[in-house]
Design a protein around this ligand. Structure first.
Ligand SMILES: Nc1ncnc2c1ncn2[C@@H]1O[C@H](COP(=O)(O)OP(=O)(O)O)[C@@H](O)[C@H]1O
Ligand SMILES: [Mg+2]
Length: 374
């Protein structure tokens, strides 16, 4: 039967937190059959994080920037990092690379600006394919943006099929650098076109920036700093006045949209507490856009390890049951990398990855570009 074949794919994800690369392997038919395989995490060094963050830009001239020597150098280093990560992953899990049909390579976003017609991920897919002798799918956001979509979020279709057997109204919240939400109703046979998704607001990226600016730590481990701090409600009110929050979906966020200047000279603990409350307020605000209250919220992404943040979510989102992906034995650090493995197979099968209510694209559309090794 057409498309009933199973494929093995690897996904490489490095999100807006710029903390490192997640690798995930799965077997799928590109539709409802999904078997999650091993996954791994390869953190960037502190100096590489600083390097990557130095080229984040709210807005840039893409044609000019693509020729900039410094960016090209960082891109090459980043591609090499992904190559090494894959080799380590294959070795550790004793996987023969000939078995892998394709690699979904997200790349590192340095500027996301759909209103100006671009979302730029560094990472050279052609070089990666040549280095590995494996087909790579990259450039996942371009087609959607060209057709008028936000180019984000892209993972909803994966969230949808991953949870297909849980017959509930579900809200899947990925607590990454930016938090993104997918809402769907598996209770009734809802169509993919009813799936709703959008970026809710900043998450780990802002907390990380604050913590690393004021200490030698990379992030607020388990939320221990925030737990000791006092919340400055006025600052949250000012953050929430930004036009992004009154805009209905579809919408997506660039990690450079928010600045820490509002926090001024707060104590590190107070800043962490204020940002954590702000993150949860943005999640709560997102519930206004759902057609019905979800029965279940599933949390994935590094932010789910911030215990203080998860406690706050439980405290403030009372009408839904809150669980972590681990509740279903899915490694919450790897969901996004599995998603890009899945999306790469959907590209090979020419199946849609973005939808009117996920990115605002007019018609469901496929996305990604295939790079065969040479
Ligand atoms: N133990 C922890 N306590 C608190 N936060 C954590 C912990 N582990 C990871 N994180 C947060 O998760 C972030 C990484 O999450 P991730 O899902 O990889 O985001 P992204 O997709 O943006 O890279 C880290 O930058 C950090 O803020
Ligand atoms: Mg990450």
């Amino acid at each position: 039967m057409l498309n009933s074949k199973n494929y093995i794919a690897l996904g490489l994800m490095s999100g807006t937190s710029a903390d490192g690369v997640d690798v995930g392997m799965l077997v799928t038919n590109g539709k409802s059959k999904i078997e999650l395989g091993p996954s791994g995490y390869y953190p960037f060094s502190k100096s590489f994080i600083t390097k990557i963050k130095s080229i984040f830009k709210k807005k840039l001239n893409i044609n000019k920037s693509k020729k900039q020597k410094r960016i090209i150098e960082i891109e090459n280093e980043f591609t090499q990092f992904n190559f090494v990560a894959i080799n380590q992953f294959l070795k550790k899990n004793k996987i023969n690379k000939k078995k892998i049909h394709v690699i979904g390579f997200h790349g590192q976003t340095i500027s996301h600006n759909p209103a100006s017609g671009y979302s730029w991920q560094i990472g050279n897919s052609q070089n990666l394919a040549n280095l590995l002798n494996i087909k790579v799918v990259g450039n996942f956001r371009e087609n959607d943006i060209k057709k008028g979509g936000q180019g984000a979020p892209l993972t909803p279709i994966f969230h949808y099929y991953l949870t297909k057997e849980i017959k509930k109204k579900i809200c899947f919240i990925n607590l990454g650098g930016i938090s993104n939400i997918t809402y769907f109703n598996h209770e009734s046979e809802s169509s993919l076109n009813n799936m709703l998704a959008f970026d809710a607001g900043p998450c780990c990226s802002l907390i990380d920036d604050w913590v690393s600016k004021n200490s030698n730590k990379k992030f607020d481990n388990f939320g221990l700093l925030a737990r000791k701090g006092n919340v400055k409600k006025k600052i949250i009110q000012n953050f929430l006045k930004k036009p992004f929050f009154s805009k209905p979906p579809p919408k997506s966020l660039d990690r450079s949209y928010f600045s820490l200047s509002l926090l001024k000279k707060l104590k590190i603990e107070d800043g962490a507490a204020t940002l954590s409350y702000f993150v949860v307020d943005t999640l709560l605000k997102s519930f206004d856009y759902f057609p019905k209250n979800p029965d279940l919220c599933i949390l994935s992404g590094g932010g789910r390890l911030n215990k203080f943040l998860v406690e706050l979510i439980n405290k403030k989102i009372k009408k839904s049951k809150i669980v972590l992906t681990e509740n279903y034995n899915w490694n919450g650090d790897s969901i996004e990398s599995y998603a890009f493995a899945y999306l790469s197979i959907r590209k090979l099968l020419n199946l849609p990855i973005t939808f009117p209510k996920t990115t605002g694209i007019k018609k469901p559309s496929t996305g990604g570009q295939i790079f065969n090794f040479i």
